[in-house]
Design a protein around this ligand. Structure first.
Ligand code: KE4
Length: 433
C-alpha cells in the first residue's frame, strides 16, 4: 500500500506541531516509517487519509470500548454540545457519571474528575502524600502513569519506546522521591519500605501492566502489596486508567478481589473524550480541596461533553450483562489464533490477554517484568507492524503497548486479522536472514 497523503500530512504537521504529533507514540518512531493520519472511524474500522481501511486494535489507546462513533455515545455528545460545551460550574451530569462509576467500583466512595489520566495520577499521588504527610512513592519499572515528573522514572509506554524512561527535565529532587522496583517482585517492595521506613506515602501500580506490553501479576503479588501497604499505613493506588471498565465491569480490583485505597481512572469512562478521575474511600478523599487541604482544580474537569460520552458508555457497560464475556471470548480467539500462526511459522512468542486487552512479545521466555519484556525482538515487531498495516490491520506502533478489542469487533474481523498475520509471517519469514 502507498501512504502519500499521510506522508504529506505529516510533513505539513511537522511545520507547526513539535514532532508532528500531539502524543509521542503516534509518531511511529518505534516501528519506523511515517505515521498514518486517520480521517474517520466507525465501529471496529478506521480509514486513513489515503482511503485505506483498517481493523483497529489501538482504539484511541483504550477509551473506545464500544468502538468508533458508537451511535449512543455520538448522540449523547451532540445533545450535550447543543446545550453548551462548558460552564465552569457543577452540572448534574458529573454526579450521574460519578454515581455510575461508584456503583460498579465499590472501593470508590468518592471520585474527582480531571481532564487526563496523567492529571488524575498526579493528583492521586499528591493526595496520598498529603494524607500520610510522607513524600516518597513506590512505582514499578515499566509501568506508566502519565507524563508527569514523579512518574517519568523507568516509565513504560512511549517513554520506554523512545528510550527516555527516565526523562531529562525531571529534577533530581523529584526523582529522589520516586522509588522504582521491578514488577512482580513483592520482596523488593518490602525492602523499599524497610529502607525508607515511615517515608513512603504510597505505592502506585498498574494492577495489570499494559504499558510494557501486557504483563500480568503473578500469584499473590497484588495480595502482598495490599498487606504491605496496610501494615506500613501507606496508600495503595491502583492505576486502572487502562484496565478500568475494560478487563471487567469493576476493573482488575473486581477480578482479583482487592480493594486499593485510591484508584486512578480514565479512557473508557470518557468514551473517547478527554477525561481522568481518581477516587477512593470517603476518609482519604475528604482530604481533597475544597473540603480538605490537598489542592486540586481544573478548568474543564467534569466537562459536560466528556460526562455525556462517559455516561452513555458506562450505561452500556452496566446494562449489557454479556459484554465482558463476549469481549473475553473474542480476544481469546485473537490471541490463541496469533499463537497458532506464530507456532506454524516457528516464531518465538509470548501472548497474554485479560478481558479485552491483549499483548504479544517476540521472545521465547516468559515476560514477567520490564527486564524480560526488553528481551523482545523489537525489530521483528516493527516488521510485523508494517506487514499488518499493509494488510489493513492497525496495531499499536510499539512493542511496549497493549492492544484492545471493542464490542464492535466481530469474529469476521478476528479471522481477517489472523489471515493477515499468517500472510505477513510468510513474507517476513521468507525475508528472515
Ligand atoms: P493520559 O494522560 O494519556 O490520559 O493517561 C495517562 C495514563 C495513565 N495510566 C495508564 C495506565 C495509562 O495507560 C495512561 C496512558 N496510556 C497511554 C497508552 N500506553 C496513552 C497513549 C499516549 O500516550 O498517547
Amino acid at each position: 500500500m502507498t501512504y502519500e497523503r499521510s506522508i504529506a500530512a505529516f510533513s505539513r504537521a511537522r511545520n507547526v506541531i513539535a514532532g508532528g504529533v500531539n502524543s509521542s507514540v503516534r509518531a511511529f518512531k518505534a516501528v519506523g516509517g511515517s505515521p498514518v493520519f486517520i480521517k474517520s472511524g466507525s465501529g471496529a474500522i478506521v480509514y486513513d487519509v489515503d482511503g485505506h481501511e483498517y481493523v483497529d486494535y489501538v482504539l484511541s489507546w483504550g477509551p473506545l470500548l464500544l468502538g468508533h462513533a458508537n451511535p449512543a455515545v455520538t448522540k449523547a455528545i451532540a445533545a450535550a454540545a447543543a446545550r453548551g460545551a462548558s460552564f465552569g460550574a457543577p452540572t448534574e451530569a458529573e454526579t450521574e457519571l460519578a454515581e455510575l462509576i461508584c456503583s460498579m467500583m465499590p472501593s470508590l466512595d468518592r471520585v474527582r474528575f480531571t481532564s487526563s489520566g496523567t492529571e488524575a495520577s498526579m493528583s492521586a499521588i499528591r493526595l496520598a502524600r498529603g494524607y500520610t504527610r510522607r513524600d516518597k512513592i513506590v512505582k514499578f519499572a515499566g509501568c506508566y502513569h502519565g507524563a508527569a515528573d514523579p512518574f517519568l522514572i523507568s516509565a513504560g509506554s512511549s517513554a520506554l519506546t523512545l528510550g527516555i524512561p527516565s526523562s531529562p527535565g525531571v529534577p533530581r529532587a523529584t526523582a529522589a522521591d520516586t522509588i522504582v522496583v521491578p514488577y512482580n517482585d513483592p520482596d523488593a517492595v518490602d525492602a523499599a519500605f524497610a529502607a525508607h521506613s515511615g517515608e513512603i506515602a504510597g505505592v502506585i501500580i498498574e494492577p495489570y501492566a499494559g504499558n510494557m506490553g501486557l504483563v500480568l501479576p503473578q500469584s499473590q503479588f497484588l495480595e502482598r502489596l495490599r498487606e504491605t501497604c496496610t501494615r506500613e499505613r501507606a496508600v495503595l493506588i491502583f492505576d486502572e486508567v487502562m484496565t478500568g471498565f475494560r478487563v471487567a465491569r469493576g476493573g482488575v480490583q473486581e477480578r482479583v478481589g482487592i480493594r486499593p485505597d485510591l484508584t486512578v481512572l480514565g479512557k473508557v469512562i470518557g468514551g473517547g473524550l478527554p477525561i481522568g478521575a481518581f477516587g477512593g474511600s470517603e476518609d482519604v478523599m475528604a482530604y481533597l480541596s475544597p473540603d480538605g487541604p490537598v489542592f486540586h482544580a481544573g478548568t474543564l474537569s467534569g466537562n459536560p461533553l466528556a460526562m455525556a460520552a462517559g455516561i452513555a458508555t458506562l450505561k452500556a457497560v452496566r446494562d449489557d450483562f454479556t459484554l465482558f464475556e463476549r469481549l473475553d471470548v473474542l480476544t481469546g480467539l485473537l490471541t490463541n489464533g496469533l499463537a497458532a500462526v506464530l507456532e506454524k511459522h516457528g516464531v518465538a512468542h509470548q501472548t497474554a490477554h485479560a478481558g479485552s486487552m491483549f499483548g504479544l512479545f517476540f521472545t521465547a521466555d516468559p515476560v514477567v517484568d520490564l527486564a524480560s519484556a526488553m528481551k523482545s525482538d523489537t525489530s521483528l515487531y516493527a516488521k510485523y507492524f508494517h506487514a499488518m498495516l499493509d494488510r489493513g490491520i492497525l496495531l499499536a506502533p510499539s512493542q511496549f503497548e497493549s492492544g484492545f478489542v471493542s464490542s464492535a469487533h466481530s469474529t469476521r474481523d478476528i479471522e481477517r486479522t489472523l489471515a493477515a498475520a499468517d500472510d505477513a509471517f510468510a513474507e517476513i519469514g521468507a525475508a528472515a536472514p
